[in-house]
Design a protein. Sequence first.
Length: 586
Amino acid sequence: MATQSLYRRYRPRRFSELRGQEHVVKALRNAVINQREGQAYLFSGPRGTGKTSTARILAKVLNCQNPVDGEPCCECDSCVSVDTGTSYDVLELDAASNNGVAEIRDVIESAALSSPGRHRVFILDDVHMLSRGAEAALLKTLEEPPEHVEFVLATTDPQKVSETIRSREQHLQFHLLSVADLDEYVRWVISDAGLDVSDDVIERVLTQGAGSARDTLSALELAVAGGGTLDEPVSIDEVLESLIARDQARGIAAIAYAVQQGRDPRTLADDIVRTLRDCFLSLMAPELVQLPQQRAEIIAEHGENLGAARVVRAMEVIGQTLVEMRHAPDARLLLEVAIVRLSSPSFDDSNDSILVRLHQLETEVRELRNRPTVTLPPAPVDPNTGRVKVGGRVAAGSATTSSPRPAAPTLTVQEASEPPAVSVPTAPSESAAPSAPVVAADTPTATKSPAEVWPQVVAGLKPFAKALFNAASIASVSDDVITLTLPNESHMKRCTEHVPALQQALASACGRSYQLELTADATASKGIERPAERSKKKKVVDEVAEDPHKAIDPADLIEGPAGIDPSIERLRNAFPGARVVTNDKN
């Protein structure tokens, strides 16, 4: 004789034995206690959450001879007959195989008949499989059933049930069980059945059950039958690790091994998507991950290594692959291509893949910015010229580093935004204008040579002054006078108005005041000399006066005053005192 399965042996017989569905239990018990039962119920939820068991408990309590606080006694003849499946008051129908109009008509005809109990309960499982004609035939009876008839419809896909059916029923939704409830339930079953199962196997059983009580007990029964172990054809972690390492061969090998062990590529892809969802939840909302503690830590590590962008991209690609698998002749090939695309960005040139790669680059750049940087010591400066020595940084790096070199002086934002001084003082003043930039010295009391601090002082000036004095060099330093050499006279004139700011910056950096003398480089080129101004062009009158017989260019002629005839004017000049007589007739 076959041994009864654990999920049938430990099927709930009372509302109090139903786990994880407190909202459903409360609604049904209150309805029974107050005698306000609905004429039709719709139970929806994932598989293995207790929909059919709850329907049977409701049928028992409605016909129980001795109900207590909305619970069946489970001892009277009516309760025993419902448990054994021999009750005339309860009719169970599998709508998946009896989905035609003829079967529904039989149900409608039997609903009009009387029964031994107070209520006649019809339980239709997988009601979403009914045809449209069968739903239309059932609709009128659901709307106005006989007083002693109760309908309980169960489905895992309530969206496929027509709106007209759902509007005539009280809809109660069943939820997946939490890890804590399942862990308590499994340990109670193990203790009651006298099983020997380790904690590691219990965690794997809970993970494989995925919130379904029936699937969890089925996995537990398989583990017990296998001697306390639960073999897994392939670890989903192997596939995720291949995505993390971008190892295409490892991912394809994991899929090949799973198929060789008899795993269907569609179910394998579905498990991968479910695991990726747990990785995504571990990043966004860890409290929503319904997994044992040890497994949750592994999933969180995978999610952190993959990153949110890659996890979302992987779910989209494999989810689209699941849709394409419905009509594909080789589902395994599609899954392998999806794994290769996810583990090799070069094989995927879609916009989503490019966005994911950009996000990874931004993350890596952000991490590099947060890392501590190692700065090289500044190169030594030649005190004679004030410029950096060639190859000096190598010498400085090889020298002893017992004491850190002081950092370069910097300007504050407020000082950098103030205007420069206009007048040039004849001597350095202690109370300088506040508009001049101040360079903070590392040690205010120490005295430094101007050539040593010259590069830092120039770097701390305002942009325009910095551009001007970058071309300057220290010619000599004597007592309190610093002589600067500039390229030419015009450059020296433009630097004059910025001398006060440079004086104050040198005083702050060197610890003492200096006067500045600006000189132009005598060896520098004076620039391109302009050619001598061309002589003015002679007028036509001058050329005629010099040579009356010289040919005249017509282009050099200019127009004379208006109203003067050149020929008459020439006659007047030839015959002084003559009178010009005009002929009015002409």
